[in-house]
Design a binder for this molecule. Structure first.
Ligand code: NG6
Ligand code: CA
Length: 518
């Protein structure tokens, strides 16, 4: 009897304990799902403030980006950290202003990794919080230590700074090596046909855009006259790796499929996917099914292609029932440019479309269009649709996501603006340092101060006003969004106040930094 009783008590307690454990376990899972949503960062390359329907474009139809904007927070004062790619991406992943890192400039394909492998990064922080982390798309933050052998495992790279999965192009679509790299290995490389890369000298007998224009299907306008791959001449010289070379027209589909696979494979754990599309950067090479769809030539066509990709990714999330559990952030690495080095009719066919919307300048510019970009946060069932005028920067994703997932984002320039990103507050930053090709300026509340910089006011190749001037430029964006009226002489007190604020953060006026554009 006693033994029976004892056995009964024992069994009941085991049952209760295991029941509790089960309950605890399921609580953890649901808690996890609330506090640790999947994070999908959709990052475009050179997409302008005015290129999206939700930001005023009418001639280009971008229904999928518009859907995110209409169902989430559409930021009207959302900034990339720089007016070019590598510095913006450095800041996005580290929360550190790019001008603090002298190596954060437009990088050649042979540049070493510019993120210190001991530095805290967004993916590392998320990994610490139990996330699986992946990148698919453009990297452009350098690889290796300066002496990369493209025929061996390439390291350090994305895997060494926090990404557990990486399917990337090394630099840009217009730079060699023109191959995909998966977790450090060139995809589809034939060891009998090794890859050689050089940014100074050509390899003997290899055709170039300069010497062999007859081999080109897209002519170069400025730069881009080195090795020819797939009928397009690039920046830098490449030999070998024939089988591994990408077909530009398939790049959008290739990245899309990899991003979709990643989502399907990692849905059992919280995941962070950095989906870095190549569009609409040059060379603009829409898949044949998008050719002619925009009426604006390749630049418009690839924007429609990118929008379609975003729609497909949304479908994947929906099919996998992940929409309510995924925070989506969409933005661009810098402002727009029409002619960035190839004849692709971007200027001729743009018509009334305004890639920069109402803003002045474009890619490479210290004026607003250099860095103010489409910026959207979307989380079905968690973010109420709204438009926000709060000043937010991509720099702030590190601290804000840190707060969201309970991670320590360290001591960086990143500000916790989670409430703004969740659409629960209209308050963002008071001030932000703007950067364009190593020059810096200050946005503070509704004012912008651009210190004097030497160099041409306009880059004649790309036809963009860079923000260089012999005078201080002071604009009030509330009354003058297009930065047409310099108030530096009429508002001397404001000018002094802005100079003092700028100097406080920036330390110097950066006047010794020269523009690097050719
Ligand atoms: C410039 C290239 C431009 C583009 C840019 C990088 C020339 C003349 N121009 O140097 O075509 O590749 O670098 O763009 O070579 S970014 O979006 O990756 O920063
Ligand atoms: Ca870019």
């Amino acid at each position: 009897m006693t033994i029976m009783r004892l056995a009964f008590i024992l069994l009941t307690s085991i049952f209760i304990i295991s029941g509790c454990a089960q309950e605890n376990h399921s609580q953890t899972v649901s808690e996890k799902q609330q506090n640790k949503p999947n994070i999908l960062l959709i990052y475009l390359d050179d997409l302008g403030y005015g290129d999206v329907g939700a930001y005023g474009a009418t001639a280009l139809k971008t229904p999928n980006m518009d859907m995110l904007a209409a169902g989430g927070v559409r930021f009207t004062n959302g900034y990339a950290s720089s007016a070019t790619c590598s510095p913006s991406r450095f800041a996005l992943l580290t929360g550190v202003y790019p001008w603090r890192n002298k190596r954060a400039k437009i990088l050649p394909g042979t540049a070493p990794l510019i993120i210190d492998t001991t530095q805290l990064t967004l993916p590392k922080m998320l990994k610490q919080q139990g996330y699986h982390t992946g990148i698919v798309g453009k990297w452009h933050l350098g690889l290796g230590d300066g002496q990369v052998d493209w025929n061996q495992r390439i390291s350090p790279g994305p895997n060494e700074v926090g990404f557990e999965y990486a399917y990337i192009m090394a630099a840009t679509q217009d730079r060699v090596p023109t191959v995909y790299i998966e977790n450090g290995d060139v995809v589809g490389l034939d060891p009998q046909d090794p890859i050689q890369i050089d940014y100074q000298n050509n390899f003997e007998g290899e055709p170039t855009g300069m010497d062999n224009p007859e081999l080109l299907k897209m002519k170069w306008h400025h730069g881009h006259y080195n090795s020819i791959v797939n009928g397009i001449s690039r920046i830098g010289f490449m030999k070998g790796g024939e089988q591994a070379r990408w077909v530009d027209e398939n790049m959008a589909d290739t990245f899309l499929v990899k991003a979709q696979q990643y989502i399907v494979e990692h849905q059992q754990e919280p995941f962070f996917l950095y989906y870095a599309l190549q569009q609409p950067h040059v060379p603009r090479t829409p898949h044949p099914r998008f050719v002619g769809t925009s009426g604006m030539g390749p630049r418009g066509d690839v924007i429609l292609e990118a929008d379609w990709c975003i729609g497909e990714i949304m479908k994947t999330l929906e099919e996998q029932r992940l929409l309510e559990n995924t925070l989506i952030i969409l933005s661009s690495d810098n402002g727009p440019v029409l002619n960035d080095g190839y004849y692709d009719q971007a200027e001729e066919l743009v018509g009334n479309h305004k890639p920069a919307g109402p803003l002045r300048g474009g890619k490479y510019s210290l004026f607003e269009a250099g860095t103010r970009v489409p910026f959207i946060t979307y989380w079905k069932g968690h973010i109420e649709p709204t438009t926000s005028d709060a000043i937010v920067s991509q720099l702030d994703l590190m601290a804000s996501i840190g707060t969201l997932v309970g991670g320590d984002s360290g001591d960086t320039d990143s500000k916790d603006l989670l409430q703004a990103f969740m659409g629960q507050s209209q308050y963002g930053r008071d001030e932000l340092i703007l950067e364009a090709t190593t020059r810096t300026a200050l946005r503070k509340e509704n004012w912008v101060l651009i210190p004097p910089y030497p160099g041409p006011p306009v880059n004649k190749n790309v036809k963009i006003e860079l923000g260089n001037s012999a005078e201080y430029l002071l604009f009030n964006l509330e009354q003058d969004l297009g930065e047409q009226r310099n108030l530096a002489t009429t508002h001397p007190d404001k000018l002094e106040e802005m100079k003092a604020s700028f100097q406080m953060i920036r330390g110097d006026f950066g006047q010794t930094e020269r523009l690097e554009l050719k």
